[in-house]
Design a protein around this ligand. Structure first.
Ligand code: ADP
Ligand code: MG
Length: 328
């Protein structure tokens, strides 16, 4: 892989051209695809793959692998404002994982999350090889109510759900071989292996959000995707970022970096027009949802990264996780 080639350029160069067909309302480039399936509903489809030692540590229990794999996929449904309905599972298993005990744990994890969200496993594929779990989730939205990355306007407010930095804190403390960090709390373990997909929030946001994404690669990288898709820039402020007190206390040095660039949080980042702010915040209060305003969108920034933190330009690739980006 050439140094300059990254994951997104690869997709743009080799796959994006294949996305056009009359029923494809949103193709490659968002958290999910939207397909015109009937006169009143659209089908939303998203795929995510988890590879052992890349997306979860090699020692992870089978049940935890399954819950994480399904939660991560459902998070893309939340980002699209979709109601998930069905999923398929492509499982690549090394011989040692194909034991009954492993499969029972894996199946238990899948069932736990599938039952929580009332979704059905409808097919898949099973092969032998290095442990890899690829899930495709299918969901529905009423016609043209899906959330996309491309609708943000200059002046919109930016919000995030829940707290940021937990995913990175969990990962670092789980894999901390030197044992210099505090061991992960049960809250962090839960956040890493069962990152609650924000489905109900996503569905509610159909009435309010101008753009939405889930935070998988880090706030700055993912907000950068909204900026790019919408042709705007973003200003966010570190004082406003929702960081759990546990992180502020135990990971004082790292918590801001993890909240802005850590990834693995699976919270929603979305924009709401300033004219809808009062109505939106009243709706949030009645639902007792945890959302925090972290900044606002501005006009497109030419020749610089689109996201500014405390008025400083931050490069998305300096922080967010990108599979084919090699740091020099
Ligand atoms: P997310 O982080 O929301 O899962 P990704 O960053 O993985 O999204 O992918 C960005 C976009 O590129 C998505 O629309 C995804 O469907 C698309 N994409 C990724 N890999 C491929 C591929 N091999 N072929 C076609 N489309 C792809
Ligand atoms: Mg996503």
């Amino acid at each position: 892989m050439a140094r300059s080639t990254d994951e997104f350029r690869l997709i743009d160069n080799y796959f994006k051209g294949l996305t056009h067909q009359s029923q494809v309302a949103v193709g490659i480039g968002d958290d999910g695809a939207i397909i015109d399936s009937s006169a009143s509903t659209q089908l939303v489809i998203a795929t995510d793959t988890l590879v052992e030692s890349v997306h979860f540590p090699a020692s992870t229990e089978a049940e935890h692998i399954a819950t994480r794999a399904l939660c991560v996929n459902l998070s893309d449904m939340a980002a699209m404002g979709a109601e998930p309905k069905w999923f398929t599972l492509a499982l690549t298993l090394p011989a040692e994982a194909a034991a009954d005990a492993w499969l029972q744990g894996f199946s238990r994890g899948l069932a736990k999350i599938a039952n929580q969200h009332n979704i059905a496993l409808i097919g898949g594929d099973t092969t032998a090889g290095p442990l890899t779990i690829s899930i495709t989730v299918l969901g529905e939205v009423p016609k043209e109510r899906g959330l996309v990355r491309s609708g943000a306007k200059s002046g919109d407010n930016i919000y995030v759900s829940g707290t940021l930095g937990d995913g990175a804190a969990a990962l670092h403390s789980i894999i901390d071989k030197s044992q210099t960090l505090s061991p992960p709390s049960s809250r962090l373990i839960e956040r890493f292996y069962c990152p609650q997909p924000q489905i109900a929030l996503g569905i509610g946001l159909r009435d309010f959000a101008s753009a939405c994404i889930d935070i998988s690669d880090g706030l700055i990288a993912d907000l950068g995707h909204i900026c790019k898709a919408s042709g705007v820039s973003a200003d966010i402020y570190s004082q406003q970022l929702p960081i759990h007190s546990e992180l502020k206390q135990q990971f004082k040095q790292q918590s801001l970096q993890w909240a802005t660039s850590g990834g693995d949080d699976y919270q929603l980042c979305f924009t709401v027009a300033a004219s809808k702010e009062a109505e939106f915040e009243a709706w949030v209060a009645t639902r007792k949802l945890v959302v925090t305003k972290i900044g606002n969108m501005g006009p497109m920034a030419h020749n610089q990264s689109p996201v500014r933190l405390d008025n400083q330009t931050i490069s998305a690739t300096s922080g967010g996780y990108n599979h084919f980006h090699q740091k020099s």
